[in-house]
Design a protein around this ligand. Structure first.
Ligand SMILES: [Zn+2]
Ligand SMILES: [Zn+2]
Length: 408
């Protein structure tokens, strides 16, 4: 996903209207006073206390979290917009503040703007040494992917491409993306989106890079372009590009496709899964939204394709919230080809409001999403599957898929 933050919206003039109508003849001085009052009010009363963004620690035995798609710099920007005087004053502080004690093993941070944001290097360099990862990222393995989002396709040019190619050589880079097509917003002309998508795919395939794909309401064109540009076993890099044996071994295992934040039709997902054996479907908190039934249907198809008759062993089994009462080992199951992701700062899982630590929120909503929310998405996936998998099973399976997908 990709949206643009405008901190200025916080003080949009129309917000002052209710003060301006207190008297029929409000003077300029009065308006100025009212504006000050409003600014003070915003400062003193953020929508909800920022402390609720930090969740109680998870158990030391809980399965590790891997967030395969997040926008860390944008999450920090969103946080500062909501909490201008918040306690976390750097990207690293916020990251550690919300993830420490949550067994977050790895994250893939995604850069998708054009022109490329120079700050990418600062964050990537801060994760090169083990010491830095321990100090700055709280021990989490920080990786990143880079590409130009379809919204930004109209700004793609040779300079942007040069910057991306440079980033691809960074030791923490694990993928090219997010790239693709978005016909929902159409922020770049469709022919430009297609050209830029193809062009980036060609580079990524040549380099043997894992692909992070964003597609929304563009099923036919995304499928056509992927099939045209990416070998179906997108796995082995051409020998001519081989340089370093360790580097190459990593790529031999992880040249895969991640269709991130999937919300399109289950049929589309199935066609992609059938064609590309190394393709995974990215699941965000949007799976919990009542407006989106596609993602749930997609994962159900994955474990039991509609063409197969339902076995008695599964058809009589009522769906459960966590599946804990059913022994997972005795259940016949299909492979769950999913990756868990937040796409933060958006897509807070809807089921998170059942958490005891959020009971004081009442009808308010968390202003940002972050990596420690992944277990709620896993919980929801388990409840949708209803095949005996627990949230822990889902986390473990997705963790292994993340390793296969990005080599992380
Ligand atoms: Zn996206
Ligand atoms: Zn994204």
């Amino acid at each position: 996903m990709f949206l643009i933050f405008r901190p200025s919206l916080l003080l949009k003039p129309r917000r002052f209207c209710r003060y301006a109508t207190v008297t029929a003849q409000t003077s300029a001085q009065q308006r100025s006073l009212n504006r000050t009052k409003y600014q003070e009010m915003v400062k003193k009363k953020p929508p909800i206390p920022e402390s609720v963004l930090v969740f109680p620690n998870r158990s030391a035995n809980a399965p590790a979290i891997v967030d395969t798609h997040t926008h860390i710099a944008s999450t920090y920007a969103a946080y500062r917009t909501k909490y201008p005087e918040g306690r976390f004053s750097t990207v690293h502080e916020l990251f550690r503040g919300v993830t420490e004690g949550h067994r977050v093993e790895a994250v893939v941070d995604v850069w998708c703007e054009a022109p490329v944001r120079a700050i990418w290097r600062e964050l990537a360099d801060s994760a090169v040494s083990e010491d830095d990862r321990a100090q700055k990222w709280g021990g989490t393995e920080y990786y990143f992917a880079m590409g130009v989002h379809p919204h930004e396709a109209r700004h793609y040019n040779d300079d942007v491409e040069k910057n991306i190619l440079e980033a691809m050589a960074h030791p923490r880079c694990v993928g090219w993306g997010e790239i693709g097509l978005d016909y929902h917003y159409d922020l770049s002309p469709r022919d430009v989106q297609q050209d830029v998508f193809s062009r980036q795919l060609r580079h990524a395939v040549k380099l043997g890079k894992p692909l992070t794909v964003h597609t929304r309401e563009a099923d036919e064109d995304t499928e056509r372009i992927l099939k045209a540009e990416v070998p179906s076993d997108h796995k082995v890099r051409p020998p001519s590009t081989f340089r370093d044996p360790i580097f190459d071994a990593l790529f031999l295992e992880c040249n895969q496709i991640h269709i991130h934040c999937f919300t399109d039709t289950p049929e589309f997902a199935q066609r992609l899964l059938d064609h590309f054996p190394n393709l995974y479907i990215g699941i965000t908190g949007v799976i919990t939204y009542s407006s989106n039934l596609n993602t749930s249907a997609t994962i159900k198809n994955m474990i039991q394709p509609p063409s197969e008759p339902q076995s008695e062993a599964t058809s009589d089994r009522p769906p459960t919230a966590t599946g804990e009462s059913l022994p997972s080992t005795s259940i016949p199951r299909g492979r769950l080809r999913i990756l868990l992701e937040t796409d933060a700062p958006y897509m807070v899982p809807g089921n998170i409001y059942d958490a005891p630590s959020l009971s004081t929120l009442k009808n308010k909503r968390l202003p940002i999403c972050h990596t420690a929310m992944i277990p709620w998405t896993a919980e929801f996936v388990a409840s949708v599957l209803g095949d005996g998998r627990t949230a822990e099973d889902v986390l473990l399976e997705a963790r292994e898929n993340a390793r296969a997908m990005y080599g992380i």
